[in-house]
Design a protein around this ligand. Structure first.
Ligand code: ADP
Ligand code: MG
Length: 339
């Protein structure tokens, strides 16, 4: 059972980015307004996410790391109208199977005391210790993939690239989550921890983009603000509550740059209802439009697709990062015309 669990967990947590994504999403789901992500040795030694959210109720301590436990689904109908992105109860359980995970947490009425929770590889609670703790939750993941030696070796070999990718993802969260103050730190062995970047709460996405990507990037951007028609498909029509068929796209895109340039796929950020995700069909369509302008550079894109939760499937990839839109052909045609 243990090795099956490890293999399945390796399909939920595929890389350093999945760890950051799952932990940050949990903090957002817990209504955090301040999130600090701390790496050690670019994440190879540890990655830790601290939030000031609701904390974990003591009655849930036993359950949170068990496979398929989630506090976010109250009944099956919730699945189609879910607002939170976490709902399958796999992340914490998978991280226990693949690495050393521990959590410290306090709800408002417990702070400044809280509990440190330790778990075994099957996610069973092994100890509960009273510790000093502000309101909120800190999840620490040490030695990612230590249970899968080949994967661990790969991670160590590619850690610089993986770390770069995870920073890209954290930039995206930091820019879109305007209510949340983000701080990202890294400590290399035998060196002091350094702040990699930080944002403040309650600025606009434009101000966040300027802070994270620089004023020069911002200056090249034009706002996107589009309402796109979206044809309901069979899957949607069988639903009793036919969803809204307009998608609102809001964000920023760089003006076409003529002449010398380089590809910048790391600067194309897509969101669905405010959560970062891959939208490969949309990315391809936009890049094709820019190519047809005969420009050498693909654009900087920061675009949030706001839509009814019935219009997409977060279930297509186990790590929930790639999202398929039901019937995206019509949407893509409309987007191309709008561009
Ligand atoms: P899911 O997010 O799909 O529910 P997870 O494995 O990511 O599953 O988390 C399991 C449970 O642990 C959550 O449902 C939630 O109750 C609790 N939890 C995890 N992280 C946090 C956090 N940062 N703040 C509050 N509760 C958390
Ligand atoms: Mg989760």
């Amino acid at each position: 059972a243990k090795s099956v669990h490890q293999i399945q967990s390796g399909q939920v947590i595929v890389d350093l980015c999945s760890v950051a994504k799952e932990l940050v999403e949990n903090s957002l789901d817990a209504a955090a307004t301040s999130i600090e992500v701390r790496f050690k040795n670019n994440g190879l030694d540890s990655i830790e996410v601290q939030d000031n959210g609701t904390g974990i109720a003591p009655t849930n301590y036993e359950n949170i790391a068990l496979k398929h436990y989630t506090s976010k689904l109250s009944n099956y109908d919730d699945l189609s109208s879910l607002q939170t992105f976490g709902f399958r109860g796999e992340a914490i359980s998978s991280l226990c199977a693949l690495s050393k995970l521990y959590i410290t947490t306090a709800q408002a009425d417990e702070a400044p005391k809280g509990k440190r929770l330790d778990f075994d590889t099957m996610g069973r609670l092994t100890s509960t210790t009273v510790v000093a703790c502000q309101k909120g939750t800190t999840a620490t993941v040490e030695n990612l993939f230590e249970a899968l030696p080949v994967r661990r070796k790969e991670l160590a070999k590619n850690i610089k690239r993986e770390y770069g990718k995870v920073l890209g993802l954290l930039h995206a969260y930091a820019c879109i989550c305007v209510n949340v103050k983000f701080t990202v730190k890294n400590a290399m062995p035998k060196a002091k921890s350094m702040t990699v970047f930080s944002t403040k709460a309650n600025l606009t996405t434009r101000e966040n983009i300027a802070n994270v990507y620089g004023a020069k990037t911002l200056a090249a951007l034009v706002p996107i603000d589009l309402d796109l028609d979206f044809q309901p498909t069979l899957t949607q029509m069988v639903r009793k509550d036919k969803p809204n068929t307009t998608i609102h796209v809001q964000g920023h895109i760089s003006k076409p740059v003529y002449g010398e340039g380089r590809q910048t796929p790391d600067r194309q950020m897509f969101f669905v209802n405010g959560r970062p995700c891959g939208l490969p069909q949309i990315a391809k369509a936009i890049n094709e439009v820019y190519k047809s302008f005969n420009v050498s550079q693909s654009p900087f894109i920061f675009a949030d697709f706001q839509m009814d939760t019935g219009a997409y499937d977060v279930n297509v990839s186990p790590d929930k990062r790639t999202i398929l839109l039901h019937d995206s052909a019509a949407l893509i045609e409309n987007l191309k015309t709008a561009l």
